[in-house]
Design a protein around this ligand. Sequence first.
Ligand code: DC
Length: 200
Amino acid sequence: MRFTVAIDGPAAAGKGTIGRALAARFGFAHLDTGLLYRAVGVRGGDPVATARALMPDDLARDDLRTLEAGQAASRVAAIPEVRAALVDFQRRFARAEGGAVLDGRDIGTVICPQAEVKLYVTASPEVRAHRRWLEVGGDAARVLAEVIERDARDMGRADAPLKAAPDAVVLDTSVLPVDEAVARAVAVVEAALRRGASGA
Ligand code: DC
């Protein structure tokens, strides 16, 4: 079976939590596509050459989750040649046998516009910054400023800007507790699987 769940949204909205929960529930593979851009960002050097030569080991580095890696990722992600170098890998992952969940910024809009399920997971900048701050600590005002700066860059870039696909189901985790957001996402996937099974 080929079945793609595309999850997009800004940093720290809960995409990863929902993506991992869906993958575990339905036995799908899961790809956090932000890691690809983080790996390119932290390697330094020419980002286009790095993106073209990215290896699985690059995704296993333990310094990919820092605020600095997030900012570096957001900067290299604005380079069209970097994005182009990562498209095939993501599309192959999305259509591999057994089903896949991908989370990122452009999965439902650019990478997998035909995905069987599209979710847009969002939350207010303040709520997202607070979550990030609980993870990384430090100066809360700086964490909020970085969230706002990254949103502006990811939503404002010319190539594949962050936005909801018109047919995405929106889950706002500022108002929805995480377990409820997961339950809604599960229900959306179950409905799409039923539609697929009945050939509708
Ligand atoms: O999801 P994340 O915070 O790990 O993503 C890091 C950066 O990578 C994000 O600010 C923008 C970029 N990114 C992207 O442009 N497209 C994706 N599909 C995933 C991430």
